[in-house]
Design a protein around this ligand. Sequence first.
Ligand SMILES: [Zn+2]
Length: 196
Amino acid sequence: MSLRHGFKKEAREITLEVREELGVDVFAPLDPYALAELYGIEITDLSNPCLPPESVRHFTEERPHVFSGALVPLQPSGALIIENHVHHPRRRRSTIAHEMAHVLLEHPFGLTLTGEDGCRPAAAEIEREATELSGELLIPTDAARLAAFRGWSDRCVADHFRVSVPMARWRMNATGARKIAARSSNKRVREHAASA
Ligand SMILES: [Zn+2]
């Protein structure tokens, strides 16, 4: 299943607005923690003493890969992000960006959690939206295209935007950045050959 029609464009527009609010250029790395602060979303991690120690041990020592983060509603309004602090800082940046995407898209709480009946279609769709928007926030489409024109490797893109290499690779492919850069360089070669 793919994203609903027009969503990618919407994600690009939200990203431009958010980056402007943060004063971050389209080609600069975005700090998801600053984004959370801007929207008044508090962040805590699994070292929080209010959390049950057995669950914390499970998610930090026994099976740390199964929990990245969660968005928890606060009464009467607002929300809190709980992140897994034992993960690599780059993965944590993606986690916070993902949870903030749910906030920016005003996704309803609860749907983001897998229910007893398994992963519901509604939940799957909002997860795809959050994943797309968080990718766009961290590496905007225009930034990916510029990086491709400059001939940057996936590793170079990852280091610049402070994300994992698989995330950089996904963005460079999903945005069509590599294909567009390759087409345009082929065109330049052809034009050069024609004018020679
Ligand atoms: Zn999610």
